[in-house]
Write a protein that binds this ligand. Structure first.
Ligand code: PEP
Ligand code: MG
Length: 550
């Protein structure tokens, strides 16, 4: 059955947050009263006044009744208020638009800071939301979540990646009337991205059969999960895990992987209400490093911005994906960066299995500046603990400029990790988060395939270890194509490891090389896909891709 979120609960959550905000404003006002800071006083009076205005309460309520979560309702209402103010002819009132936004940010803070009890769900549900976020996924019990449908976003939005990592099918960028689906039965086909509301008997029967096949497939691939991933012709493929969710550290798949290829540290930052302290970060990173004492763990430094804004550090910009994200953000906040770097190094004092990965590097200067900070963090950390070592440092290859720059910076890095999600986005100039252009976003576009070949060749030439950690590496077709292109290290989420391992063990690298050579001569992405599809069908792998999926 489909379900929109419970209106009353959202309302209560918002009310609690508004009450906390009001009491906080009272406290601050009192404090400032002594400081005789008149301007600041006025702003808290204005906030208090606005919060007590029934109009705001009513508008928020109406928005929640439309099916919005409390935080989304708040964003919508604040946006419309501030736009209204911004259009006013009076200069004083126009300036109030900014105050409204600030009030909105403060309320959001209290919203996330107020215990939003884990939703109790009696029956398993299909969750339908306007915009899927990490915090929505965090507040719902995973065992009751059958699937997620999001009106906004696209297949490689971060929330979709997270959902996949949890093994929950998600379809994104769906147009739907939220009002007409509550409580109805539905089928979510994560392969094709199709959604059926109140499906007829025949469709239900078809999907029951498919679900059964999927279960059989899952059993089959999990049989050999602990075996090493050798191709039929004897090439060892390293299979690593993409992690970053706390649950990742205690899953069974751990014995079937060669290490952690991408630990996205930002996920825990996104789920909190403030920057985690150095000590908190040390504990968290140590838990991960301890879980794989004899295997490499690649931790990526904070990659916020783009579609991963921090709730407690809002950034407003017109083109977030071209803006303040990844290494650009942390270089501009050396305090935050140094804490994280030190925490990583200190957490690594026992096992020495940490490698540090830098996101969104686009030029040599960023790399130099980062190295300086890494040196500083290392000096500071060593003073505290002499057993600390300098970890290996690598970069994400996800900004196209680095394709050309790689030979020149080869001596500055220890390894490369290819982020096909962003590489596709930036090479094809297509927002990975925008449903309108989802069909232009294609990681099997010939230009992407050619870029991947070039990266592989350059890394080979300069002896730089290279791994692919974008979603393409965990995609059955993508993984085999990458092996054909010469990659031997792939990092993917837990739900794909067993499938990819099975495919590797049942493939000959020489066949995949021939396919990749052919792929490199195609003009159309769909021809590459179709060629791979034919290959999958001829080897009996059709169940891995569910023909028709694109
Ligand atoms: C990528 O861009 O491919 C990647 C792995 O990083 P993220 O999806 O977190 O941007
Ligand atoms: Mg990326």
């Amino acid at each position: 059955p489909a379900s929109t979120l419970d209106v009353e609960k959202e309302q209560a959550w918002l009310t609690r947050a508004m009450e906390s905000a009001l009491s906080d404003f009272r406290k601050l006002r009192k404090k400032l009263d002594n400081d005789i800071n008149k301007e600041a006083l006025a702003i808290f009076d204005l906030f208090t006044h606005l919060l007590n205005d029934p109009m705001l309460g009513n508008d928020l309520k109406a928005q929640i009744q439309k099916g919005d979560r409390a935080d989304w309702a708040l964003r919508q209402v604040v946006e419309s208020y501030s736009n209204r103010f911004a259009r006013m002819s009076d200069a004083y009132l126009r300036e109030r638009a900014q105050d409204i936004r600030e009030l909105g940010q403060r309320l959001l803070y209290f919203l996330y800071n107020t215990e939003h009890e884990q939703q109790q769900l009696e029956k398993p549900i299909i969750l339908v939301v306007r915009e899927l976020t990490a915090s929505i996924l965090a507040t719902l019990p995973k065992d009751k979540l059958l699937a997620v449908v999001s009106l906004e976003g696209a297949a490689n939005s971060h929330a979709a990646i997270l959902s996949r990592a949890l093994g929950i099918p998600a379809i994104m960028g769906v147009s739907l009337n939220l009002k007409q689906i509550n409580g109805k039965r539905g089928i979510v086909d994560g392969y094709s991205g199709k959604l059926f509301i109140s499906p007829g008997k025949q469709i239900v029967a078809e999907y029951r059969a498919l679900a059964y096949e999927e279960l059989q497939l899952s059993k089959m691939v999990n049989d050999a999960i602990f075996e090493p991933a050798f191709t039929q012709d004897g090439t060892r493929i390293e299979l690593l895990l993409n992690a970053g969710l706390s649950a990742d550290t205690n899953i069974a798949i751990n014995q079937g992987i060669d290490g952690i290829g991408l630990y996205r540290t930002e996920i825990s930052f996104l789920l909190q209400h403030r920057f985690p302290s150095e000590e908190e970060q040390i504990l968290q990173y140590r838990a991960v490093l301890d879980a794989y004492p004899d295997r490499p763990v690649v931790m990526r430094t904070l990659d916020v911005g783009g579609d991963k804004p921090l709730p407690y550090l809002p950034i407003e910009e017109d083109n977030p994906f071209l803006g303040w994200r990844g290494i650009r953000f942390t270089l501009d906040h050396p305090d935050i960066f140094l804490i994280q770097l030190r925490a990583m190094m200190r957490a690594n004092s026992e096992h020495h299995n940490l490698r540090i990965l830098l996101p969104m590097v686009s030029g040599a200067k960023e790399l130099d500046d980062t190295h300086a900070l890494i040196q500083q963090a290392y000096q500071e950390a060593v003073k505290l603990d002499a057993s600390i070592v300098m970890p290996k440092i690598g970069i994400m290859l996800e900004v196209p400029s680095m394709l050309y720059l790689l030979p020149m910076i080869a001596n500055k890095i220890d390894f490369v990790s290819v982020g096909t999600n962003d590489l596709t986005q930036y090479l094809l100039a297509v927002d990975r988060n925008n449903a309108h252009v989802a069909d232009v976003y294609d990681s099997m576009h010939p230009a992407v395939i050619m870029a991947l070949k070039q990266i592989q060749q350059t890394c080979l030439q300069y002896s730089i270890p290279v791994c692919v950690c974008g979603e393409l590496a965990g995609d059955p077709i993508g993984a085999l194509l990458l092996i054909g292109l010469g990659y031997t290290t792939l990092s993917m989420n837990a739900s794909n490891v067993a499938k990819v391992k099975y495919l590797v063990r049942h493939s000959a690298r020489s066949d995949l090389q021939l396919l990749a050579q052919k792929a490199l001569m195609q003009s159309y992405g769909h021809d590459i896909y179709n060629m791979m599809q034919v290959h999958f069908e001829s080897l009996g792998f059709a169940g891995f891709i569910r023909a028709g999926k694109k």
